[in-house]
Write a protein that binds this ligand. Structure first.
Ligand code: NDP
Ligand code: OXD
Length: 311
């Protein structure tokens, strides 16, 4: 059992996970969580959200691997073992996917594609202008693994990029702001605001009416982090008043987004189904196998969640 990994999350992707471990890390003995499986001696677990009773049953755990970069759901579970390291997902394909999503959506909002859609819907050849990227400021909330990579790509495209985090950053050509005191200055010029924050008690509900009021009038909002960051009614009101022109949301307080939710029919509000980026089983299998090897060798693990900070 020394290198046994329980996968308690795979759903319809179960096959890709077993295949990935078989190809990339055959030394790991993978078990899929299911009824009747004795998990008491399994030392490693890869999980998105734990089924009730899973943690008390895993009495010999050495590492919990979160299947996603965000660990808010795992930390919200009072039965999560306190003394076992929780490692969040950091892998190059997850980062690449998010960079692609942020670039795609920033270009979409930069070029105001909804104006083209409106002209096309009435078969009108309407001149459409937009500023050069260096005349457009994009603000990224969260300059961690994903925010830093997204900022670098936007800089490469010539945008004016600014970022907001808890601690000071020095990233090439990114104007950096830190902490609550510098949030208003950060927001003041952010014409396209991208949220890539972790969901913590401090960041829950941060995308709210007061924050929207501090953005330049007519700004766009892109939330690819967690639904809990957004106060949904405040976004609806800000869009109705014109303070926010358009938004793209990948994540929602309730997922799947209910069919009768007002967002489905809100003009210039674009929805993607929590797939801004998806953990790649092959790339993740390699990362997890390295971490297990480190653990077995008594070495320090990477990307261990700081439970006091919540990310
Ligand atoms: P990281 O932990 O690497 O980065 C988090 C960043 O947020 C850090 O820069 C941190 O600041 C900053 N931050 C945290 N709390 C605050 C605060 N109170 N005030 C200001 N800044 C703060 O996370 P990742 O970049 O890997 O991921 C970010 C989030 O993206 C995940 O938590 C997840 O929710 C979401 N996600 C969504 C996906 C999707 O498909 N929609 C896919 C993957 C992730 P500092 O650097 O100073 O610590
Ligand atoms: C993640 C996610 O946190 O997929 O990785 O949302």
């Amino acid at each position: 059992m020394s290198r046994t990994l329980l996968i308690a999350a795979a759903g319809e992707r179960a096959e890709s996970w077993t295949k990935a471990f078989a190809e990339i890390a055959p030394e790991i003995d993978v078990r899929m969580h299911g009824p009747g499986l004795d998990v008491s001696r399994i030392p490693y677990c890869l999980v998105w959200r734990a089924a009730p009773g899973l943690w008390p049953a895993m009495t010999n755990l050495k590492i919990i691997f979160g299947l996603g970069a965000g660990v808010d759901r795992l930390l919200a579970d009072p039965s999560l073992p306190r003394d076992v390291p929780l490692v969040r997902m950091v892998e190059p394909e997850l980062t690449r996917g998010m960079v692609e999503y942020v670039l795609w959506q920033c270009l979409f909002h930069h070029r105001k594609v909804w104006e083209l859609e409106a002209a096309q819907s009435c078969a009108t050849w309407r001149p459409h202008t937009y500023p050069a990227p260096w005349e457009r400021t994009i603000g990224i909330m969260g300059l961690g693994e994903l925010g830093t990579a997204a900022a670098a790509k936007l800089v490469e495209f010539g945008f004016k990029v600014r970022g907001w985090s808890r601690s000071p950053k020095a990233l090439p050509k990114v104007e950096s702001f830190q902490g609550a005191e510098q949030l208003p200055a950060f927001l003041a010029a952010s014409e396209i605001l991208v949220c890539l924050l972790p969901l913590t008690p401090e960041t829950r509900g941060i995308l709210n009416a007061s924050l929207f009021a501090l953005l330049p009038r007519g700004a766009s909002v892109i939330n690819a982090a967690r639904g809990g960051h957004l106060v949904e009614a405040d976004l609806s009101a800000a869009m109705a008043s014109g303070q926010i022109t358009a938004a793209t949301l990948d994540v929602f307080e309730t997922e799947p987004l209910p069919a009768d939710h007002v967002f489905w029919s809100t003009e210039r509000l674009y929805i993607t189904p929590h797939n801004a980026s998806i953990t790649d089983p092959r790339s993740a299998a390699w990362r997890i196998s390295r971490q297990i090897a480190k653990c077995e060798a008594g070495e320090e693990l990477d990307n261990v969640v700081d439970r006091a900070r919540g990310y």
